[in-house]
Design a protein. Structure first.
Length: 108
């Protein structure tokens, strides 16, 4: 899986450029989420870069008004940031609030 991470990131960046040109924010957010996984399967995992992808996806879902997806991204970011307990706890709290606002009780 590690050998596939670099090409996955490369292709995702190409896709992001196309989606940005087309103004496809949802597709961009979904691609950032996929790229996060590529960074996490690397050995060692590139958690900083994975976290940046989640920030970008979170912002895009926020712009789209998709609180449930935004909260899911924050939850993923909290898992990535688990070494920083304070940051992870803040992200989880924000995610919980967004899930509540979205009426997504499974997400909570």
């Amino acid at each position: 899986a590690m050998k596939k991470a670099a090409p996955a990131v490369k292709h995702a960046k190409e896709a992001l450029a196309v989606f940005a040109e087309l103004g496809e924010k949802r597709a961009m957010a979904e691609t950032y989420d996929a790229v996060k996984n590529a960074y996490l399967i690397k050995k060692p995992a590139e958690t900083f870069l994975a976290s940046k992808q989640m920030q970008k996806a979170t912002e895009l879902y926020g712009e789209l008004g998709d609180k449930s997806k935004q909260a899911a991204c924050m939850h993923s970011a909290a898992v990535i940031e688990k070494a920083d307990l304070k940051k992870a706890a803040e992200l989880l709290q924000k995610a919980k609030e967004l899930f509540e606002e979205a009426g997504d009780f499974k997400g909570q």
